[in-house]
Design a protein around this ligand. Structure first.
Ligand code: SF4
Length: 77
């Protein structure tokens, strides 16, 4: 998520990022940001926006999944 946000703010291409693990000796891992990941992020963002506008996703047809779902008290299934 940070890659596309930084790209938009600074109007530049972001194709990698870094994760720093502070425990165990401050290990740094380089993460490649691919077009596929950016596309997935944008699709997920569109889905979040739909929900914020009140367009909720359909409930599952597998009711056994609802038993221990944390949303079952507010779900509009
Ligand atoms: S209760 Fe949970 S699992 Fe069941 S339809 Fe709603 S969101 Fe999906």
């Amino acid at each position: 998520m940070y890659g596309p946000m930084i790209a938009e703010i600074y109007d530049n291409i972001v194709n990698k990022g870094f994760v720093i693990y502070c425990r165990n000796g401050n290990t740094i891992k380089e993460i490649e940001i691919t077009e596929k990941e950016i596309s997935t992020f944008e699709n997920n963002l569109d889905e979040y926006k739909e929900i914020l506008q009140g367009n909720y996703p359909k409930g599952t047809k597998y009711k056994s999944k609802c038993v221990d779902c944390c949303y079952k008290n507010i779900c509009i299934k």
